[in-house]
Design a protein around this ligand. Structure first.
Ligand code: AMP
Ligand code: GLY
Length: 428
């Protein structure tokens, strides 16, 4: 099978790594990729948001399957263009990707499907936002309706900050046409968060193993929201029935509702959940693999990946053998640039990559996010630079291996959290 992966972050490196280990994959291509992906796939320069260009590349390569990693190309309709060229694609249509592209749309689908989520108001004026904030009280939750790379959400106890974020979102153009400038104000959900991914062909839903992400920039869940600073799987503290419960109360009803609307969702449905005292609530849906959760989930998947993605792309998931999982634990620590999640500094050389590769493979390895090759050196090229990933018999061993590897990496001004999976490893 010839596979083309679209994207260039650590999630795509994780996808490419798993695909490169799959004996059914005879050729692996990635566009645009990064310096790490270049070691397992052939890179191509193409604008990932240009559906016609991606479809042309897939046709030229004779790709049997295209896997679209990030949300932006999905929301831009890249999967539709590839499908129209007659090539199976893992990733939802532009219309179905609105589950992630518009928080207001996702709320509407959840209401119709009876999926439990935070109560919310969609507001289009500062006055409406102020009334909604007042109705729910503190802590306040204000979300940009459109895509914002995980940074459009403000959770704060300060009413002025909440109102200021609402006003700022109303002035931006990131929301989709027709909903431009709207914000979602919702009730605060208390409790641990879980990311649960499911592969679906629009009808059959196959959940993966749950993971937990660390969204805040600093230790102890302090500081601003980021794209994600680390992750681990499995979740020793979670109810063993969690996956089944979410399948029946969230994932299957959502997929059924999307099909009923005539916009079936195929690809990866990501449920961001809060486990509250009153039960499971959906915080958000995403229409693609999560980053950095994918790094730990795929580290534990034993079933070869290409066949799973192909079954979703071709509507044959009902015939797929049950997925096989390793009993190992996995931990990912994100190494980010100076000043992330603000405007990150880039162009800094990264050292120690060869040392990590020699140190503890295959238990610890570095997945690249924002990197590029500059002559003989690899330099930073984005906010999140590396996802250092390790497996072990339990979370303590996986953590130790991940942090031992992180200590070998040199990147001037870089930052990482030192508490990824610490509580879970300690049994708290
Ligand atoms: P989202 O982009 O919707 O995933 O939100 C980013 C992060 O903001 C989530 O992972 C949560 O940590 C936090 N968040 C979002 N909505 C809520 C809510 N209703 N209550 C508490 N925290 C929330
Ligand atoms: N880790 C959060 C996300 O991928 O949206």
């Amino acid at each position: 099978m010839k596979v083309l992966v679209i994207g260039g972050g650590a999630r795509e490196h994780a996808l490419c790594r798993s695909l490169s280990l799959d004996p059914d994959v005879t050729a692996l291509h990635c566009a645009p990729g990064n310096a790490g992906i270049a070691e397992v796939a052939e890179l191509h320069k193409v604008d990932a948001l240009d559906g016609a260009a991606v479809a042309a590349l897939a046709t030229e390569l004779g790709a049997d399957l295209v896997v679209v990693g990030p949300e932006a190309p999905l929301v831009a309709g890249v999967a539709d263009a590839v499908r129209a060229a007659g090539i199976p694609v893992f990733g939802p249509s532009k219309e179905a990707a609105q589950l992630e592209g518009s928080k207001a749309f996702a709320k509407d689908v959840m209401a119709a499907a009876g999926v439990p989520t935070a109560r919310s108001y969609v507001c289009t004026t500062p006055e409406e936002a102020a009334a909604a904030l007042n109705a729910f009280g503190a802590p306040y939750v204000v979300k940009d309706d459109g895509l914002a790379a995980g940074k459009g959400v403000v959770v704060t106890g300060d009413l002025d900050d909440a109102e200021a974020h609402a006003a700022a979102c109303m002035g931006t153009a990131s929301a989709p046409a027709g909903r431009r400038g709207s914000v979602v104000v919702e009730e605060y959900l208390d409790g641990p968060e879980v990311s649960l991914f499911a592969v679906t062909d629009g009808e059959t839903v196959v959940p993966l193993q749950p993971a937990q992400d660390f969204k805040r920039a600093l230790n102890g869940d302090e500081g601003p929201n980021t794209g994600g600073m680390g992750a681990y799987s499995p979740l020793p503290w979670a109810d063993p029935k969690l996956v089944d419960d979410v399948l029946h109360s969230v994932l299957q009803p959502t997929v059924d509702e999307m099909r009923r609307r005539g916009t079936p969702f195929s690809g990866l449905l990501y449920a961001g959940l809060a486990i509250t005292g009153r039960g499971i609530r959906v915080i958000e849906f995403n229409a693609r693999f999560g980053d950095p959760e994918t790094q730990v989930v795929l580290a534990r998947l034993r079933t070869p990946l290409a066949g799973v993605l192909m079954a979703a792309a071709t509507g044959t998931l009902a015939h797929l053998e049950p997925l096989r999982w390793s009993d190992d634990a996995a931990v990912t620590v994100v190494v980010a640039s100076h000043n992330y999640p603000g405007t990150p500094r880039t162009g800094d050389p990264i050292t120690g990559l060869d040392e990590v590769a020699a140190l503890d493979a295959p238990h610890a390895y570095v997945l690249h996010a924002g990197t590029r090759r500059d002559g003989d050196t690899v330099v930073s090229a984005g906010g999140r630079v590396l996802s250092v990933t390790a497996t072990g018999a339990d979370l303590t061993e996986a953590r130790d291996r991940a942090y031992t590897a992180v200590a070998r990496i040199g990147l001037d001004g870089s930052q990482h959290r030192t508490d990824i999976a610490a509580k879970a490893a300690a049994g708290a």
